[in-house]
Each structure stands twice: as structure tokens, then as C-alpha cells.
Design a protein around this ligand. Structure first.
Ligand code: NAD
Length: 248
């Protein structure tokens, strides 16, 4: 039987992109997955698509993960609907790029509140069930930008580097309860988020990727499934870069 049969999994920001692919991988292995995005129509459309696979179960939710109270309510609703969560994937993220010199306070706050505080909020919403669950996992989707920095992305880099510090601290705090907490740092993965970049910038980035191509969403989903599975039970507090060799 699959490691994930009937397990309750929460994937934030899973209405599209990397999060949707992660949700698909869990549903395909028989899990019950909460699809969380800001807009109910998006998450319900994704849930319907994944339910059509005929294995597992997906249910759509609308939540603004940067809102503490709303995220706690979301946690209660998921427990009532699907049962006790044992795997949390903090994937929701945004960019508001611009040079730090000209960056508005609003752009700083939006990115930090979503990418970093959002992960804290979700952990608070599910910590009680995670700490009691068997083979519990928290997987935070960081970025190579959190390891390298990037001109024009000071807010995003700070949020993603912060997520790594958060991951390592939680890993230490939750280790006695056998909850493994890890981060994945994707490189350049083809999604709506990266489609916003001009072709010129995309070509420049490609030159810095030793494997010579951009990643696909399932490259990240495969890494998540590995860290979430029982074979990864002795791995915690780590950052797995999935980036075609950008950071070594
Ligand atoms: N695409 C890449 O190359 C790349 C590289 C490194 C890291 N990442 C990270 O991977 C994650 C997914 O990225 P993606 O490329 O699929 O992006 P995307 O923009 O396609 O998807 C992001 C998802 O997050 C959701 N979201 C945003 N703000 C939210 C909020 N406040 N509350 C709830 N949901 C919210 C969006 O609705 C969307 O579903 C992000 O954390 C991103 O930073 C992406």
C-alpha cells in the first residue's frame, strides 16, 4: 500500500503551479488533500480535476494564508472535513520585485507576510495534529534565491532565507515528536510566476544552470514525495536544492 493512502495532506497555494502538481502527486497516491488558495473557484476547479483521477480525494478551500485568524479557521475546517493532518506543505508564495532602494513598505510586507508569516500561520493551524501524527512532515518551499540573494528581490530573498531558518528551528523543536521538517529550494521552474519574466531574462538565467534547462513542476513534486515518505524518516532540518545545479 502507498505511504500516503488516506493520509490528510495540506498544500497551501495549490490552485495552480508547483502546489497543484504537489497536490496531484499526493492524490494520485491515495491521500486526502486540502487544496488551499486565495480564490475558492480556483481551488475547487483544481480539486475537481484531481478528483477525476479516481484515487484519493481533494477538497478546495479559500484562505489568505497571510491572515493568522483566517488560517486558524481554515485548520479547524480541514480537520472537520478531512480528519487529522499529518503532512503540511507550505508552498504559497508571491513576488513583488523591485530594487530595495525603490521598494515600497507594502511590497516588502506583502511578500514577507505571505511567504514567511504564512508558513508560521499554517504551522500554528496544524501543529496539534502534526505533533500527534505518525510519520508527520512539514515541507517548506523556499527558493535558491533565499540561498544566493538576487538584485531586485530583497523582499523575496529575505522571506525565503527566513523560511530556511524557520525550517531548521522547527526541525529542532519538533524532533522529539518525530516530526521531520525540511525545506526544498527550487531553482527556475516553469510556472505562471516565472512566465512573467521576459525571454531575455529567461535566456540569461539558463546560462547559469549547469543542466542547461528549466525545471518542471513535477521535479519539485517528486522531491516533496521523497521527503514526505517513510524512507526519508531520518532526514530533518535540511534544504534540498532542486535547481539543475545552480547552487552547489
Ligand atoms: N516557479 C519557480 O521558478 C519557483 C522557484 C523557486 C521557488 N518557488 C516557490 O514555489 C512556490 C510556488 O510557486 P509557483 O511558481 O507555483 O507560483 P504560482 O504563482 O503559480 O502559485 C503560487 C500559489 O500561491 C497562492 N498564494 C499566493 N498568495 C497566497 C495567500 N496569501 N494565501 C493563499 N495562497 C496564496 C496563489 O494563489 C497560487 O496558487 C512559491 O512559494 C514560490 O516562491 C517557485
Amino acid at each position: 500500500m502507498s505511504d500516503f493512502q488516506d493520509r490528510v495532506v495540506v498544500v497551501t497555494g495549490s490552485g495552480r503551479g508547483i502546489g497543484k502538481e504537489i497536490a496531484r502527486a499526493f492524490v494520485a497516491q491515495g491521500a486526502k488533500v486540502a487544496i488551499a488558495s486565495r480564490t475558492l473557484s480556483n481551488s475547487e476547479a483544481t480539486a475537481a480535476e484531481l478528483n477525476a483521477l479516481g484515487v484519493g480525494e481533494a477538497k478546495g478551500y479559500a484562505v489568505d494564508i497571510s491572515d493568522y485568524e483566517a488560517t486558524i479557521e481554515f485548520g479547524k475546517q480541514v480537520t472537520a472535513d478531512l480528519g487529522k493532518t499529518s503532512i503540511l506543505v507550505n508552498n504559497a508564495g508571491v513576488t513583488r520585485d523591485g530594487l530595495a532602494l525603490r521598494m515600497s513598505e507594502e511590497d516588502w510586507d506583502t511578500v514577507l507576510d505571505t511567504n514567511l508569516k504564512g508558513a508560521f500561520n499554517a504551522v500554528k493551524a496544524f501543529q496539534r495534529t502534526l505533533l500527534k501524527a505518525e510519520n508527520a512532515r512539514i515541507i517548506n518551499i523556499s527558493s535558491v534565491i533565499g540561498l544566493m540573494g538576487n538584485a531586485g528581490q530583497a523582499n523575496y530573498a529575505a522571506s525565503k532565507a527566513g523560511l530556511i531558518g524557520f525550517t531548521k528551528s522547527l526541525a529542532k523543536e519538533f524532533a522529539s515528536r518525530k516530526v521531520c521538517v525540511n525545506a526544498i529550494a527550487p531553482g527556475f521552474i516553469v510556472t505562471d510566476m516565472t512566465d512573467e519574466l521576459s525571454e531575455e531574462i529567461q535566456e540569461t538565467i539558463k546560462k547559469d544552470i549547469p543542466l542547461g534547462s528549466f525545471g518542471e513542476t513535477d521535479d519539485i513534486a517528486n522531491a516533496v514525495m521523497f521527503l514526505a515518505g517513510t524512507t526519508a524518516r531520518y532526514i530533518t532540518g535540511q534544504v534540498l536544492t532542486v535547481d539543475g545545479g545552480m547552487v552547489m
